[in-house]
Design a protein around this ligand. Sequence first.
Ligand code: T46
Length: 145
Amino acid sequence: MHGANTREESQSLQTIKYTFQPHGDDRGQLIALEEFRDIPFAIKRVYYMYDTGEGVVRGHHAHKSLEQILICIHGKCKIRLDDGTETKVVPLEKPYEGLYIANNMWREMFDFSPDAVLMVLASDIYKEEDYIRNYDEFLEFVKRG
Ligand code: T46
């Protein structure tokens, strides 16, 4: 069933957390995600990370134009978002929750549980030139609009 997903928006940092509607029955749960219906962009790439060591912080970058949805499909982790003015930590703890991350947003992923699998749906293929890996450059990029 489509159309039953919910979306919570935080105005201050413009974060959007999706709660996807599972197709549950007596066999268990299934979540289906379709581009432009459940996901607000064409999905050009899927990647996921697992076996993340204790205390590891990943990310430390922003993207000039990439849009993504992060789903912790197993275990737990936290995402720190920073728009250059404010920061916010969003826990991802359920396989039916998705965090939308727009471009121009510094992100760090941390506090991974040993069993965490963080899956990412991305609006484009991997392009190193889309990354901003220096925080001061990120602040400049955001200031320029
Ligand atoms: C992001 C956060 C949430 C590839 O070859 N192709 C890919 O599509 C990706 C994502 C990575 N790689 C290579 C590049 C590096 O040698 O895999 C290695 C690890 O990538 P990275 O250090 O960028 O991983 P994270 O976890 O710091 O960041 C990733 C994404 O790169 C990034 O776009 O927003 O997850």
